[in-house]
Design a protein around this ligand. Structure first.
Ligand code: ATP
Ligand code: MG
Length: 405
């Protein structure tokens, strides 16, 4: 079917009263960003619906992208025909035939925003229904839960037909809930946490700690490529890399091994907080899940949260690992996450981290360090890049390695 338009239905934002207009504006903006490579599209975000005129662009490719835009409940590819009943009849039969299988049932559902049209909705339903029955042998009418529902919309600029409703990503338009920093490692959990934050409307920026020469260029590139996997949900994402070597070496040297992890995490959270404040972030997100590893306990969260006043949000906190993995597979980060490049925490992980670290001890051990100086130097070494969808980072490095050999 050569579709001419995609009709988009909004999700939850319709319940948000006064904010409605800004939600719709944001959704329109995000959709344009996400579809910007399809240059012929015309996108109009109205109060009730969004209309995407295809102007010859490939509807399948457009819909694939559209499925990733948060704030969309569902959408229907449709065909516009002139306001001519004969043409509508032909197109209705053509459309239903495409989906028809032996014994299938159907109904016609007409809406009319243009009340000057010669037929009202009941007349249109009857006329088209009769024509379909006459022209598709074996098809039956059924009002309740038919296999095929043909929607017909009579508007002043034409008549629009659609027979498919495709689920969108749900959630809220990214950006309507403010900005947050996501602590992104190279693991499975933090990309999923980022996805879930975006789903509820938060614009995220990635904060990644790396420790050369203990961690390789590949580990850094893996985090960047994970960012690229999440970019289609928003267009592009800022990637903030923070040098962590000096802090980790110092902590390892000066802090008893049971508190290595806790103190490292406190530094990470301090840095993430400073970055958030500089960049107007309102919260910090991470991929911690309760009980998943020794360092992810409530006691540990108490000992870590101590260094910040920002909310530290953990979208996967109560999920089982297999539930997290399921989402990671859905958003296509899983295969990348399980690639074996060591990140900074694995290398500096103590053999036996305290599962119930005490806040007073964490503070005490940390007081021996030059916290301000360490933080200042790490902040001075920050590098920020903007990452778009489909950008490849791992492949690049292997190429340049090949050249060196
Ligand atoms: P993940 O799968 O996200 O790596 P994990 O179960 O391996 O999580 P940890 O390695 O203990 O758990 O990390 C817990 C959280 O701390 C991560 O989800 C992430 O948010 C943050 N974190 C860990 N390492 C880094 C890093 N190098 N840079 C940024 N954030 C990190
Ligand atoms: Mg990890």
């Amino acid at each position: 079917m050569q579709y001419t338009e995609i009709m988009v239905r909004y999700g939850e934002l319709s319940t948000k009263g006064k904010n409605r207009k800004s939600f719709i504006d944001r959704l329109g903006f995000n959709t344009r960003e996400s579809l910007h490579s399809f240059s012929k599209l015309v996108i109009k975000a109205n109060r009730d619906r969004m209309h995407i005129q295809l102007n010859g662009e490939d509807s399948t490719a457009v819909m694939k992208r559209l499925k990733q835009v948060f704030g969309i409940q569902n959408f229907s590819p449709s065909v516009k025909v002139k306001r001519d009943v004969e043409l509508v009849k032909q197109k209705a039969v053509e459309m239903i035939k495409e989906q028809f299988e032996e014994g299938a049932t159907f109904k016609i559902n007409t809406r009319r925003s243009d009340h000057d049209f010669e037929l009202d909705t009941n007349e249109m339903n009857d006329l088209l229904g009769g024509y379909v029955l006459d022209n598709i042998p074996g098809i039956k009418v059924q009002m309740k839960k038919p296999d095929i529902t043909l929607r017909v919309e009579i508007r002043s600029n034409g008549i629009f037909l659609s027979s498919k409703t495709i689920n969108g990503a749900g959630g809220l338009p990214v950006g309507t809930a403010g900005k947050g920093m996501l602590m992104l490692s190279g693991g499975i959990d933090s990309p999923v946490a980022g996805y879930l934050a975006m789903k509820r409307g938060v614009a995220i920026e990635m904060v990644h700690f790396f420790s050369p020469p203990y961690t390789s260029e590949q580990a850094l590139n893996k985090a960047k490529e994970l960012t690229s996997k999440l970019a289609p949900f928003v267009g592009s994402i800022k990637f903030i890399q923070v040098p962590f070597t000096e802090i980790q070496e110092t902590v390892k040297h000066d802090v008893p091994s049971g508190y290595l992890m806790t103190v490292q995490r406190r530094f990470m959270l301090r840095l993430a907080t400073l970055i958030a404040k500089k960049r107007e972030g309102l919260a910090i997100f991470n991929g911690e899940a309760l009980g998943q590893v020794a360092s992810q306990t409530l006691e540990s969260m108490v000992a870590i949260n101590d260094v910040t006043t920002l909310p530290v949000l953990r979208p996967v906190v109560s999920m089982d690992k297999n539930e997290i993995i399921e989402i990671a597979q859905e958003i296509d980060t899983f295969d990348l996450s399980i690639m074996p490049f060591e990140d900074c925490c694995t290398i500096f992980a103590p053999p036996a981290p305290k599962t119930r670290p005490r806040l007073d001890k964490a503070r005490l051990y940390e007081a021996r360090l030059d916290v301000d100086g360490l933080i200042e130097r790490a902040m001075a070494g920050i590098k920020i890049t903007e990452i778009k969808s489909d950008q490849k980072f791992l492949a690049e490095t292997s190429d340049s390695f090949a050249e060196l050999l």
